[in-house]
Write a protein that binds this ligand. Sequence first.
Ligand code: AMP
Length: 207
Amino acid sequence: MRVVLLGPPGAGKGTQAQVIAGRLGVPAISTGDIFRANVSGQTELGQQAKAYMDAGDLVPDEITVAMVSDRLAEPDAKAGFLLDGFPRTIAQADQLRDSLAEMGHALDCCLELVVDEDELVRRLSGRRMLVDGVWVQREDDKPETVRHRLEVYREQTAPLSGFYERAGLLTRIDAIGEIDEVTRRALEALGADHALAQDAAGDRAED
Ligand code: AMP
């Protein structure tokens, strides 16, 4: 299955991407994670991306699209993938559609996680990550940058919702609630019934 996970920063895309991809048996590909790994590894790509990321701006399309094309060409992504954080502009979505078409493939679904903005600001401002055993705030989760990232989302990424709706690929789910509950809604929306059945069997085994 080839899925794009869409939603504003703080909607829980990273968490859900890992779980849903695991249930679907496809790799979760997060452009934010790939960029962060390159920043920590001080690669050329990381150096190109860092200033944009710290400011809460999007990394230019050429850089991002080239990186994703390389990743999608890897063997584990041949049979399917779940993209988290890509595409983020209409130009990226056009490129994704075209490069999949060149490989004889197409997206199956764009799953949008819907969360209202007050909740997003609250979640992002309280979010911490573990670095070398210490909990730290991501540079781009600082309050002033959070507002800007939400603005960038509204202006450049939110139009993708209409883009995928017109393509007949959009499914929206309410992403407020317990993580398991949101995962359940997501799998149901994707029609991943076998994954739900496995889930129920697992729950019974645990009882
Ligand atoms: P994320 O972890 O998805 O919130 O991404 C963190 C940052 O990485 C973003 O604020 C952007 O600076 C950059 N980034 C991630 N994905 C993309 C993308 N598809 N296009 C441009 N920049 C991106």
